[in-house]
Each structure stands twice: as structure tokens, then as C-alpha cells.
Ligand binder design. Structure first.
Ligand SMILES: Cc1cc2nc3c(=O)[nH]c(=O)nc-3n(C[C@H](O)[C@H](O)[C@H](O)COP(=O)(O)OP(=O)(O)OC[C@H]3O[C@@H](n4cnc5c(N)ncnc54)[C@H](O)[C@@H]3O)c2cc1C
Ligand code: FES
Ligand code: FES
Length: 1342
């Protein structure tokens, strides 16, 4: 060991195991190392840019001086391996595992049903563990608020976060256990103490040792820079001499590095000769707060600075210092996520702001506080103001940022003068890792002047609004200085700031950003105006007394409470039990194996797609600049490599096929042109990103990018007549009956990306005799196998596709996954080596397709009471380049739209073929849009009649008679129609009527916050499909089950397991409990179980269960006579003996089935309803979901815990669609929302604060599988309640403008776009709301 210290070898530990790395490419990340070179695969790659948390690990460092171990979470995808010398890493499987024992975090996650596909779960567990262990160390018990906030940067696409938050909050000291939701540990009626005692125990004193003893001595030494291209200078002098040394003076490319999180933003493909790690330089890690100010060394991490400020705020420092510390800390907690802040340095952030135009928060904060900065260049040391720093020529790679000083003002320039400091930030998510649209920091020196306020001095800094750097609004500052603030002065200041702070041309949401600039300044100054002082009740006094220091109070929790009601049934026990998900603890520990976790076979190669960036263009060739293949690249596969016996096919559905590769012409931006195959995934990805495609636009038509262009050119896909939905009634006749008409109103809906946490992935391994085994993350391995066989030109029996589990699908791993496995198989065939791919997030987002955008034009007639008599729609569906499953969209759309009785319904639907990526099924495909349009029409009708929209909805809810007219046999029996009772029940459980009245009052009293509430019904038509099953009993009595359905997180395996135990226990009911433990559901294998079909449409779980039940029935029939005989002989018999005897007597212990649903009952309706209440902030456009109440009819749920998870998860995914997710393209149709930076799915801070869900057991439905109903997709549609509630709140804001006489247009007639992001909400409220308010005040004064 001694020797190693001297050698300075790269040594670290992972889960207590020592690793010594002799040589390494310095750009290697920890995640790459863990996943490629160790058995610790629990950290997953979700984004590779610090934006998702799937890769989070715990990093532990030993401080020999303080003799203390520091533990903190980091994103392993950004952490460089060389930076880990002497450190210890703990992954989720290091916390606990199947072999040793799960950690109680794993077990509580499992028991709270907080893991569905499981891909996010290991990262979540480590993020939380980091918060927990640090609270334990401080001997300050973790709070519920801290527990929630530890997760804000961790994305989950399945669970909807509520169960995750609850599982974590069980560890919090201040949690009210009654506020925690449904779990498998306790029953509602249990007392608090019993509940607590049932939780898997957690004893902080028995926490694992995160830092192994053997590393303590090794951690003291630095890495030997003669062995690694990695320098670790320990002083500024050493750094200077290093930078001036001959080696560096010459052309060597160098990179200064601290946390390396910057690469998450400016993706770096450049290779550097040497890295200089600045973290060992003591002077750069200084943190000092005294009467002069706050001095911060450049390598101080954001987390360290926050903790320091919080600590200092509690102890010494002046009042000014306290104010600044508190506000800075509060603001910085909104930057990125804990696991990024823990390694991200303040200096790195500012260099990115200076050099890369990064929309930094810190730059704005420091600018606003008049910080100075010290840099070291080849010319020597320079001390600059912030303005000078940002304005100077870009820092070169050899200039070093040393430190900053935030000067502390003397306590007021006169005895009576006081300071105010505030910071602002508007961003798509309040806390969960989102860059700001605009940020600001304002500092003012004010003094009372009679009953008014005089501004002695003011500094106004704005950033991130669409300029390269943050800027001070100097003209406004000059104008305000020396002024006594009143409404007139403020209005003038706002006019000036609008002219001073202007987003550059091409900035997205430029008008919104401009209006935010006004909002922020208004918010800061209004309270100091003559009117504001009156309104806000004595702020002047508070300023006078407390030096402008206004306490923020106790931190709030993000989520307040959750109530889940499940009604389970024992009738088919163990079916109906809310059992926890099979393998959930193993998913939490990260041991569950996904395709990318399968170790690479020897000789394995890796692929990456080269795609077109043009919508329609000839492809002349591909090159890489120097014309040779980049390092590590083995081959470039194109359509020319498809064997002559095969076909250029990448996917297929019953409607048609899609080519694997563009041939001579690329047909859309994102079209696959080639597949680079290289020695590593990194080399393949780098090569693909470097590829230069030569296009040829000659003799090529202009592309069709919009549905309007498709109509002009009659570019449509055919919808088979049997799929085209049927009209209802006589539109012209019923329209004539109408008292009112809305003619040709338009709704436009955009796309949505799946954002499965595991991107597309496959591994193809060539086998003997022209065969191939393909491991694919696929929702339909059967079709994938068939496509691969067609492409390779071999019989289908040559291709075995294996799928164990999928890390999130949502429809995106069905048709869209096929080209991925096909490309790997083609490359593997050609090169006769295994080939795998893990598609990077950007490429995935560009090629995925996603939900169908649409343009809908409607004409509707209605009576004066709101009863609709007739509706006609013209629908243009943008399907992209190939059919995929688009021909089903019209029927899906209409099926969901028909939730109301429209009187007569007619439509014209065109499925447009455009030069865009093929759109595919995404959770509730077509139904989401249909259901939303129905609500949009209700809102529109209500606004025309000036009636409550809820009464219009009630007026048009189906009777059973009209339901049957619209849905025919899907409507089932009258007893199945539970919607009216659900709506009533929900009104009571959510106190809908009372809350509506309270909201009315709230809105009258509050100027800047408005609330809205909305109740939305759901009718959803599901279709069952034929599904195979196979149950085999092995000699020891254990049972192995195969089904057509794939476990994609929806809990299919758990339901199947329960059903198998139920089915087999029909021999002897007392065996059911034992049988559940004996069943294992195994991976899908297309050559073992054929006709697997698609896992889609929400019904695969029930169909797979039914297939299994049929198998069990056969087995029970075979085993019953033997059981009777044995019972007669021995008096009793147990399962193991029965099976042993059955083996002996050659009973066939394997049974196959193919469940084919009856055509008359294969389609049925699902019902539910939701009430949501939101609060909008008129100043920023931000929407907070205060409460959502959902009741959803699962029939007799097969597993209410699983169904609850589906309901909550789908609802939150719907919130994403309706409120957050903008899946945007450029003018060529190339996706530009192509990363976690630009595409914002919900995080824990954007879900309902109160989330109450009831899984309704509506009893017997004799045509359903053991009376159960589907839950996977329908609840997503209910999230439109959030959008409708937002519209109601916006309506209240507009009404207020109307009262002021300042509304252009109508207060009720407006359309709120989907998604209703901050800019959308703000725009509909009025971008100049503030100015109008001030003008009103002035008029009133007159
Ligand atoms: C997911 C994510 C979300 C984020 N969200 C926000 C946000 O909302 N608001 C915000 O303000 N920031 C945000 N950031 C940016 C984050 O604050 C920076 O990435 C981080 O502070 C950079 O620090 P680092 O130590 O990792 O720098 P590194 O990545 O190590 O370095 C960044 C750059 O600066 C150079 N450099 C570093 N230190 C010095 C120095 N002392 N002298 C000279 N050059 C130096 C490096 O050579 C490199 O070019 C986010 C980052 C991520 C990954
Ligand atoms: S993979 Fe590292 S944060 Fe997403
Ligand atoms: S369980 Fe979180 S992403 Fe699937």
C-alpha cells in the first residue's frame, strides 16, 4: 500500500471494493467506468447531461485534517474518473442487495409502490440516502421538506412521484404519518405506533461505512501526473508555473476542471492533452464572510456555498450580511439539483457564463450585488468588476478565475436608510432543475420620507432573458436614484426597463421574457410606492425596524398530503390483493437487469445512428472531415449492406412497413441514413455526431411539413374502412335545432415525447447457422423478430428476440424500437460480431416520433341551456412519413370525444403524410386529443352562453341510452355504466361545490393570484387482443410462467403471478398463499412463446392473466384426479407431493393457451372523473396544482396497488402533456427539444400538492377478466382537469382586467394552448397586466 501512495496510482473504492486503474482516458466518466468495467450496474444512463438523476451515486471523501468523511450525491455521468483519486463511491446496490440484505430505503420504496419500471429507482434511492446520512451526521433529524427536496432533480416517468415522496418521508422526523399514502406496511385503521413499527427498521447508528478504512492513507496522495494526463496543482504558484511550462506553452490542449458539470450543457467531443484539476488549490476553495463582505474561492461548490451562507446567517454577520446570505442561499437552491450542485463550482458556473453565454443564475446574483472578481491570465492577476468581467474578451483556456468578493455595504448611507435585496427567477419548474426564462437580483438603499420611500441608490441586474450576458439596467437605476417612489415613478421605471432589457432576436418566448422583466421590477418596488405601502400593510415599518431583513419563515413541504382509497376484493384471492410489485426491492437496489445491463459478449461492437438534418434531400455521401474513419470506428452500415435476399425494412405494423435506412433520399429530418459501428459506445456516438452528410437538393420537391401543405398536395394515408369511426345521427337536422352556433373554431395540439428513462437499446449476438439472438427493450418482440428476419432475409425461426423488462415504454418501445434492434442485427450479421446500442438521449428524442400533432376545426350547435345538438369536426392528423399505427388514430380520437352526448356527430378525418418522423402510439394515442377537444368545446359553449362550464358538462353527460347509441356494444350493460355515480361521488369527496365558492371569494380578494377548479369526466374505450400464455410446473413444485405481455413497469408480472396462484389454487384454495411464492414469470422469448403481439392498449395485463388462467384450468383438470386419489390414500396432500407424484405418473405439467377475446365483448368502456384546483401567479404565469382528486373505476381490480400506481403515474404524465412538455422542431422539422435542458417532464415540485385517488371497485362485470378493468392509459386523460382549472383561473384574471376596463377582447372567450406553460398562461392573462394595473391605480387616484 505504501508503494501505491508514492506511485500516485489512481485508486478509489466502489462499494468497499478497491479499484486501481493504471491508465485511463481522462475524459472517462465514472458512469462509463462503472457500467463497462465493474459489476455495479445500478447507476443507469438516462441523459448523460446531469438532467435526470438515473446515474446518481454517493461520493465520499476523507479530510485527513478534520478526520472527517464528507458524503454527497453526484451525477456519475458527469464526474470524471480521474477526479476520484482517494474517494469512495457507493451505488444503490452498495447500500443493500439481494445477497446481503436490502437497505430499508429499498424496502420502503417497494412497500410504498414507488418503483414501476425501476429505471429511475436506484438513482432516487442514492439521492435520498445522501440527504438522510447527512442529516444523521449532523444529528439533526431529516425533515419532510428536506426529504422531498433531495429528489427534485430525479426524474421518474412512471410513478408520478407521490409514492416516492411518501417512501422518503417515512424517514423524516416531522412527518405526520397520517399524511402518507397507500402502502403495503400498514392498514389505515392501525394506530400511529403500530404503523411506525411496521416500517422496515432504519437505525442510523448501523449505517454502512461509506468510506473504507484502507483508503484513508491513500487519499492523502495526489495522482502522479507523469502517469496520467491529469495535474493536481496545490497552489496558485504551482498552477502558474504549470501553465507557463514548456509543455503547456506549446500547442498542448488543456482543460481546467473542477466538477466537470459544465459538459452537461456544452456537450464536449474535443479531446484534451491534459486536464488540470483545480480542487486541490487551497486559495481557490476559500469561503470567508466578514464585515468587508463575502469572499468565495472559484472552486467552492454551490452546495458548500449554500450551507455556508445558511450557517453564517444563523450566527454572526451584519443584518445586511444576513439578508444577502439568506436570499442568495434561497435562490441557489433552485439551481440545477442537489447532485449537480454538490460538485458544480461557483467559478465553473461564471466561466460558462462568460465564455459560453450560459444563462447563469449566479452571474446575475453576483452582478446585482456589485461583486468583484479576480482572475489570473498570462499577463498576471486582474481585479475586475462584474461588468468588466462579463464584457472582457472571452477567457482563454489558460486564464484562471481565482475568487470573488461580494462587498458588504455599510449599514445604510444615512442613519435612516435601509437595504432591500431580492432575487427572482421564473422557470418551467420551480425547483426541479430548469434554467430560468429570466432571473434578476435587485439591491436598493432606501429611506423613509414621511409616509413615503426615497430611493437613495439601486442596482438592478437581469440575466438569462436572451442575451449573452447578464446586464444591469443602468438607465433605470439612474432614473430611480433620488426619487420618492410613487405609482407614476414606478410606471415610468417599468417603461424604461422594457427598453433597456431586451431579448436578442431569435430568443424563444421573447415577449414573455420582456414582460417578466417588468413583473420582477414591479414586485420589488410596488410595495414601496404610496399605494403598495398601504396594500401590503406596514412594510415600511418592517423595513424601519428590521433593516430590510424580512424573514422567510419555516420551509414548506412541496406536497402536503395524499389520500389513497383502494377497495380490494378477496373473491379471487390472491387476485385482488394490493401486493407490492414483484422485484421492486431489486429494482430499487439496481440489480434488476435491463438490456444495457447485460455484459457485453467478447468482441462486442457498438452502434450509433447518423440521421438526416434535412427534411427531404438526396444523400450523396457521408464523410468525417479528413475522409477517413474516426478512431475506433469499424464500419458504416447503410442500406447497401442489406443482404440481397433481405429487404430494407426497419419496422412494420398491419398498415405498412418503414425502411430501416434512407436509400438515396432522406425523407425527413431524423431519417436514419447510416449506422456507425465502433469499438465503444462513446466512439460510435462521437463518430455519429462528427459525420458530415452531403446532401443534394436538386430535382427534389419541397417537403411537406404541415398538415395544411399535406392537404394542398393531397398527401394522405388511407384509413381502412373498418377502422374509420362511425358518425352518429343527422348533423344538418340537429344543427337546425340549435339556438346558438359556433362556426369553424380551431384547436391545435402539438406532440409529446415518451421520455422513457431507458432510451432505445438492443444487443444482437450472431449464432450458428445464420441465426441471431437479439436482446431488445421492446413492447412487441414478436414483430421485432419478424422485421429482423425480413431485413436479413432469413426465416423467422432464425431470430430469437428476448425481452426481460423495459425501462419505460409508453408506446415508444413498440414500433419505434424495431429499427434499433434491426440495425444491430444487420451490423452483427455483416461483421459476424455482437453489436449493441444504447441510443443517446438526443438521437432518441430526434428519431422517436411521439404523439400525433393535430389541427381540429369544429362547428357546434347548442340550446340556450347548454345542451349540444350537433357537432362537426374536421381533423387533420400529422402522421409523419410512414403509417406506423396512425390509421387507428381517427377511431381512438372519436372514441374519447364521444364521452359526451353531442346529439349528432359528424366528422372528416384525414391522416396526413408529411416529411416528419413517424408519429406513433403514445399512452392514450388519439384519445388524449379527442378527450381534450371535447372539453375545449364545453369551455367554448359555456363562454358563449356565459354559464358555468360544469353545468354545460352535466347537461351533456350521457344517459345509458345515448351512451349505447354512441358506443354500441362497448357500452355493455346498464350496470357497467358507473360514470354518473362517480361524478356525484367525486363532488362529495372533493367538496367541489364548496371549494368553487371559496375560490370565487379568493379571487375577489387577491389581485395577483387567481384560482380555478374544474371537474372532468372520462369515458375510454379499451380493446382486448388475443394473447398467449404458458404455465409449466417444475419437479420441485415451482412454477414458471411465460406470457405474451412484456413487463414495462405496469406491474404485469405481479398480476400474472397472482392469477397463476389463483388459477392453480382452484385445486385446493388453501394453497394460494404458498403458490404465489412459487411462481416466477420469465422473460419473453419469441421462439418459446409465439404470437406475443403488442404490449399496448392497457389491456395486455388482463389478457395475459386470462391466458394464464386458461393454462391453469388445463393443469387443474389434469391434476385434480391425482389429487383426489392421493387425498383418499393419505388423508391429505400438499402441493409438492402432488407435483412429485404427477411427475412420476407422467402427467403433462406444461400447458399452453391462446386467449382470444369474444368479438362481442372485446371492447369495453372505462370510467373515471377528476377534480383539480390550481393557483396561477399572474405576474409570472406559473401554475401551482393545489389539489387533484381522482376516482377511477377498475372494476374489480386485479391488484389495486398496481392500478393505483398506473392511475397516478398516468395522471402526472398527462400533467406533462397539458402543462409542461414542449416537443418543438425547427423550420425543417428537426426536433430541437432534444435534451433534458429543453424538454421538461414533471418533477416532484410540479405535481398536485394534495393528490387524492380512489381506485373504485365497481363489483361484477361478467364479461371482463375476473371483473377487472384496465388502468394503464385512461387516467392520463383526466389531467385535462388541471388544464381546464388553469383556464378557469386565467378567466378570473381576465375578468379582473375587464373590471378595470382594460381588457382587449373577451374575458371568457379565449383559447388556452396545450401545454399551458408559464408563457402561455401569462400571455392569456395579459403580458402588460402590471402596466394596466398601475394605469388603473392612476386613473382611480384621478
Ligand atoms: C443539469 C444542470 C442544471 C444546471 N442548472 C443551472 C441553473 O439553473 N442555473 C445556473 O446558474 N447554473 C446551472 N447549471 C450550471 C452549473 O452551475 C455549472 O455547470 C457548474 O457550476 C460548473 O461548475 P463545474 O465545477 O462543474 O465546472 P466545470 O465543468 O469543471 O468547468 C466549466 C468550465 O469552466 C472552466 N473552469 C472551471 N473552473 C475554472 C476556473 N476557476 N478558472 C477558469 N476556468 C474554469 C472549465 O475549464 C470549463 O470550461 C446547471 C448545470 C447542470 C449540469
Ligand atoms: S444520466 Fe446522469 S443525470 Fe441523467
Ligand atoms: S419507475 Fe421511475 S422511471 Fe419508471
Amino acid at each position: 500500500m505504501e508503494e501505491i501512495v508514492k506511485n500516485g496510482m489512481l485508486v478509489f473504492a466502489v462499494n468497499g471494493k478497491r479499484f486501481e486503474v493504471a491508465s485511463v482516458d481522462p475524459s472517462t466518466t465514472l458512469l462509463q467506468f462503472l457500467r463497462n468495467q465493474t459489476c455495479f450496474k445500478s447507476p443507469k444512463l438516462g441523459c448523460g447531461e446531469g438532467g435526470c438523476g438515473a446515474c446518481v451515486v454517493l461520493l465520499s471523501k476523507y479530510d485527513p485534517q478534520l478526520k472527517r468523511v464528507e458524503d454527497f450525491s453526484v451525477s456519475s455521468c458527469l464526474t470524471l474518473l480521474c477526479s476520484l483519486h482517494g474517494c469512495a463511491i457507493t451505488t444503490s446496490d452498495g447500500l443493500g442487495n439481494t445477497k446481503n440484505r436490502f437497505h430499508s430505503i429499498h424496502e420502503r420504496f417497494a412497500g410504498f409502490h414507488a418503483s414501476q419500471c425501476g429505471y429511475c429507482t436506484p438513482g432516487m434511492c442514492v439521492s435520498f440516502f445522501s440527504a438522510l446520512i447527512n442529516a444523521d451526521k449532523e444529528k439533526s433529524k431529516l425533515t419532510a421538506s428536506e426529504a422531498e427536496k433531495s429528489m427534485v432533480g430525479n426524474l421518474c416517468r412512471c410513478t408520478g412521484y407521490r409514492p416516492v415522496a411518501d417512501a422518503c418521508k417515512t424517514f423524516a422526523a416531522d412527518v405526520d404519518i397520517e399524511d402518507l399514502g397507500f402502502n403495503s406496511f400498514w392498514k389505515n385503521e392501525d394506530s400511529r405506533d403500530i404503523k411506525l413499527s411496521k416500517l422496515p427498521p432504519y437505525d442510523p447508528s448501523k449505517n454502512l461505512t461509506t468510506f473504507p478504512q484502507f483508503l484513508k492513507s491513500e487519499s492523502a496522495a495526489c495522482l502522479d501526473s507523469s502517469k496520467y494526463p491529469w495535474d493536481t496543482p496545490v497552489s496558485v504558484d504551482e498552477l502558474r508555473s504549470l501553465l507557463c511550462s514548456d509543455f503547456f506553452e506549446n500547442e498542448a490542449s488543456i482543460k481546467l476542471v473542477v466538477g466537470n458539470t459544465g459538459t452537461g450543457y456544452y456537450k464536449e467531443t474535443e479531446r484534451y492533452d491534459r486536464y488540470i484539476d483545480l480542487r486541490y488549490i487551497h486559495d481557490l476553495s476559500i469561503l470567508k464572510l466578514d464585515h468587508i463582505g463575502l469572499e468565495v474561492g472559484a472552486t467552492v461548490t454551490i452546495s458548500k456555498l449554500i450551507s455556508f451562507l445558511k450557517e453564517e446567517n444563523k450566527t454572526n454577520s451584519s443584518l445586511y450580511g444576513k439578508l444577502v446570505s439568506q436570499k442568495l442561499a434561497l435562490h441557489m437552491e433552485k439551481i440545477a439539483s442537489p447532485f449537480v450542485r454538490n460538485s458544480a463550482s461557483v467559478g465553473g458556473n461564471l466561466v460558462m457564463a462568460q465564455r459560453n453565454g450560459f444563462p447563469s443564475d449566479i452571474a446575475t446574483l453576483f452582478f446585482g450585488l456589485g461583486a468583484t472578481i479576480c482572475i489570473m491570465t498570462s499577463q498576471g492577476h486582474e481585479k475586475l468588476t462584474f461588468e468588466e468581467f462579463l464584457a472582457r474578451p472571452l477567457l482563454d483556456a489558460r486564464s484562471v478565475l481565482l475568487n470573488f468578493l461580494i462587498p458588504f455595504k455599510k449599514e445604510g448611507s444615512s442613519t435612516s436608510s435601509k437595504f432591500l435585496f431580492e432575487t427572482y427567477r421564473a422557470s418551467p419548474r420551480p425547483l426541479g432543475n430548469a434554467l430560468a426564462y429570466v432571473n434578476a437580483a435587485f439591491l436598493a438603499d432606501v429611506s423613509p420620507h414621511g409616509n413615503e420611500v426615497l430611493i437613495n441608490d439601486i442596482q438592478l441586474a437581469f440575466g438569462a432573458y436572451g442575451t449573452k450576458h447578464a446586464r444591469r439596467a443602468k438607465k433605470v437605476e439612474e432614473y430611480l436614484t433620488g426619487k420618492i417612489l410613487n405609482v407614476n415613478v414606478l410606471l415610468e421605471a417599468l417603461n424604461l426597463v422594457k427598453q433597456a432589457i431586451v431579448p436578442e432576436d431569435g430568443t424563444s418566448h421573447a415577449d414573455y421574457r420582456s414582460s417578466m422583466v417588468v413583473s420582477f421590477l414591479f414586485e420589488f418596488l410596488f410595495r414601496l410606492t404610496n399605494v403598495g405601502l398601504r396594500v401590503s400593510g406596514g412594510l415600511l415599518n418592517r423595513i424601519s425596524n428590521k433593516d430590510g431583513y424580512i424573514s422567510e419563515g419555516k420551509p414548506e413541504t412541496l406536497l402536503s398530503s395524499a389520500k389513497q382509497v383502494v377497495e380490494s376484493s378477496k373473491e379471487y384471492y390472491p387476485v385482488g390483493e394490493p401486493m407490492k410489485k414483484f422485484g421492486a426491492s431489486m429494482q430499487a437496489s439496481g440489480e434488476a437487469v435491463y438490456v444495457d445491463d447485460i455484459p457485453s459478449p467478447p468482441n462486442c461492437l457498438y452502434g450509433a445512428f447518423i440521421y438526416s438534418t434535412r427534411p427531404l434531400a438526396g444523400v450523396k455521401g457521408i464523410h468525417f472531415g479528413s475522409n477517413s474513419l474516426p478512431d475506433g470506428v469499424t464500419a458504416i452500415i447503410t442500406f447497401k449492406d442489406i443482404p440481397s435476399r433481405g429487404a430494407n425494412i426497419g419496422s412494420k405494423t398491419i398498415f405498412g412497413a418503414e425502411p430501416l435506412f434512407a436509400d438515396d433520399v432522406a425523407r425527413y429530418a431524423g431519417d436514419r441514413i447510416a449506422f456507425v459501428v465502433a469499438e465503444s459506445q462513446k466512439s460510435a456516438d462521437v463518430a455519429a455526431s462528427m459525420a458530415i452528410v452531403e446532401y443534394d437538393a436538386e430535382n427534389i420537391d419541397s417537403p411537406i411539413l404541415t398538415v395544411e401543405e399535406a392537404v394542398q398536395k393531397s398527401s394522405f394515408f388511407q384509413v381502412p374502412p373498418f377502422l374509420y369511426p362511425k358518425e352518429v345521427g343527422d348533423f344538418s337536422k340537429e344543427m337546425a335545432e340549435a339556438d346558438h352556433k359556433i362556426l369553424s373554431a380551431e384547436v391545435r395540439l402539438g406532440s409529446q415525447y415518451y421520455f422513457y428513462m431507458e432510451t432505445q437499446t438492443a444487443l444482437a449476438v450472431p449464432d450458428e447457422d445464420n441465426c441471431m439472438v437479439v436482446y431488445a427493450s421492446s413492447q412487441c418482440p414478436e414483430y421485432a423478430g419478424s422485421v429482423i428476419a425480413s431485413c436479413l432475409g432469413v426465416p423467422e425461426h432464425n431470430i430469437r428476440v428476448v425481452t426481460r423488462r423495459v425501462g419505460g415504454g409508453f408506446g415508444g418501445k413498440a414500433v419505434r424500437a424495431m429499427p434499433v434492434s434491426t440495425a444491430c442485427a444487420l451490423a452483427a450479421l455483416k461483421l459476424q460480431r455482437p453489436v449493441r446500442i444504447y441510443v443517446n438521449r438526443k438521437t432518441d428524442m430526434i428519431m422517436a416520433g411521439g404523439r400525433h400533432p393535430m389541427k381540429i376545426t369544429y362547428t357546434v350547435g347548442f340550446k340556450s341551456n347548454g345542451k349540444i345538438t350537433a357537432l362537426h369536426l374536421d381533423i387533420l392528423v400529422n402522421a409523419g412519413i410512414t403509417e406506423d399505427v396512425s390509421p387507428v388514430i381517427p377511431s381512438n380520437f372519436i372514441a374519447a370525444l364521444k364521452k359526451y352526448d353531442w346529439g349528432a356527430l359528424s366528422f372528416d378525418i384525414k391522416v396526413c403524410k408529411t416529411n416528419l418522423s413517424s408519429k406513433s402510439a403514445m399512452r392514450g394515442p388519439g384519445e388524449v386529443q379527442g378527450s381534450f377537444v371535447a372539453e375545449a368545446i364545453m369551455e367554448h359553449v359555456a363562454s358563449v352562453l356565459s354559464l358555468e362550464v360544469d353545468s354545460i358538462r352535466n347537461e351533456n353527460i350521457h344517459t345509458f341510452e345515448s351512451l349505447t347509441l354512441f358506443y354500441k356494444h362497448s357500452a355493455g350493460d346498464i350496470g357497467d355504466y358507473t360514470l354518473p355515480s362517480i361524478i356525484d361521488k367525486l363532488a362529495i369527496s372533493s367538496s367541489f361545490i364548496q371549494r368553487r365558492e371559496m375560490i370565487e371569494q379568493y379571487n375577489q380578494k387577491n389581485i395577483w393570484k387567481k384560482r380555478g377548479i374544474s371537474r372532468v369526466p372520462l369515458v375510454y374505450e379499451s380493446t382486448q387482443r388475443p394473447t398467449p400464455g404458458k404455465v409449466s410446473i417444475l419437479s420441485d413444485g415451482s412454477v414458471v410462467v411465460e406470457v405474451g405481455g412484456i413487463e414495462i413497469g405496469q406491474g404485469l408480472w405481479t398480476k400474472v403471478k397472482q392469477m397463476t396462484a389463483y388459477g392453480l389454487s382452484l385445486i385446493e384454495s388453501s394453497w394460494s398463499e404458498e403458490l404465489v411464492e412459487k411462481v416466477r414469470v420469465i422473460q419473453a422469448d419469441t421462439l418459446s412463446l409465439v404470437q406475443g403481439g403488442f404490449t399496448a392498449g392497457s389491456t395486455t395485463s388482463e389478457s395475459s392473466c386470462e391466458a394464464v388462467r386458461l393454462c391453469c384450468k388445463i393443469l387443474v383438470e389434469r391434476l385434480t384426479p391425482l389429487k383426489m386419489k392421493l387425498q383418499e390414500q393419505n388423508g391429505s396432500v400438499d402441493w409438492t407431493t402432488l407435483i412429485c407424484q404427477a411427475q412420476f405418473q407422467a402427467v403433462n405439467l406444461a400447458a399452453n393457451s391462446y386467449y382470444v377475446p369474444e368479438s362481442s365483448s372485446m371492447q369495453y368502456l372505462n370510467y373515471g372523473a377528476a377534480v383539480s384546483e390550481v393557483e396561477i401567479d399572474i405576474l409570472t404565469g406559473e401554475t401551482k396544482i393545489l389539489q387533484s382528486d381522482v376516482i377511477y373505476d377498475c372494476g374489480q381490480s386485479l391488484n389495486p396497488a398496481v392500478d393505483m400506481g398506473q392511475i397516478e403515474g398516468a395522471f402526472v404524465q398527462g400533467i406533462g402533456y397539458f402543462m409542461l412538455e414542449e416537443y418543438l422542431t425547427n423550420a425543417d422539422g428537426l426536433v430541437v427539444s432534444d435534451s433534458t435542458w429543453t424538454y421538461k417532464i414533471p418533477t416532484i415540485d410540479t405535481i398536485p400538492k394534495n393528490f387524492n385517488v380512489q381506485v373504485l371497485n365497481s363489483g361484477h362485470h361478467k364479461k371482463r377478466v375476473l371483473s377487472s378493468k384496465a388502468s394503464g392509459e385512461p387516467p392520463l386523460l383526466l389531467a385535462s382537469s388541471v388544464h381546464c382549472a388553469t383556464r378557469a383561473a386565467v378567466k378570473a384574471a381576465r375578468k379582473q382586467l375587464k373590471l378595470w376596463g382594460k381588457l382587449d377582447g373577451s374575458d371568457t372567450r379565449f383559447y388556452l394552448d396545450v401545454p399551458a406553460t408559464l408563457p402561455v398562461v401569462k400571455t392569456q392573462c395579459g403580458l402588460d397586466y402590471v402596466e394596466k394595473y398601475l394605469e388603473t391605480l392612476l386613473e382611480q387616484e384621478i
